[in-house]
Design a protein. Structure first.
Length: 162
């Protein structure tokens, strides 16, 4: 029984590296789906590497979505820029995240309950893909998706990707 439990646990583990993810079809498909969504939204364009710009490396992050029983229902791959390599004043001038604080959400819900307002919830898939960038930001091509014959090129970001 212990071996069966251990085998099931290992099968549903999230990969920590790109090489681990490449061993499973579901993770490869999740990465491909993410790249297709990013490209469909015009997030970047392939360009020659500029001489005077920092090129930010990217990394894949993997999450296994499960149902209430803990059974896997979706493999999600997210491509993240390793922004800690950027230098303040050179690569960017401001930092902020357009997200709500929990206190603010609770206050709005309290007022809505007191006023008996109808509330609606929505989820915008890939919402962060819609914000235009003001800065020139360049990232490396993602592992597993480096184009043949264009290995020396980089990606200039047009939109946020999350």
């Amino acid at each position: 029984m212990a071996q069966t439990h251990e085998a099931c646990f290992l099968m549903n583990e999230e990969p920590q590296t790109f090489d681990q993810a490449m061993n499973e079809k579901e993770w490869r498909e999740a990465m491909k789906e993410k790249i297709q969504m990013i490209e469909k939204n015009g997030t970047w364009e392939m360009v020659k590497k500029p001489k005077e710009k920092n090129i930010i490396s990217v990394k894949w992050i993997y999450r296994l979505k499960t149902n209430a029983n803990g059974d896997p229902i979706k493999h999600k791959a997210r491509l993240v820029a390793r922004g800690f390599t950027q230098e303040y004043g050179v690569d960017y001038l401001e930092t902020f995240a357009p997200v709500s604080r929990h206190d603010t959400i609770r206050t709005i819900l309290t007022v809505a309950a007191q006023e008996r307002w109808k509330l609606y919830q929505m989820d915008v898939k890939s919402a962060f893909l819609n914000g235009e960038l003001q800065e020139e930001i360049y990232v490396s091509q993602p592992p597993g998706f480096i184009r043949d014959g264009e290995e020396d090129k980089v990606l200039r970001l047009h939109r946020h990707s999350k």
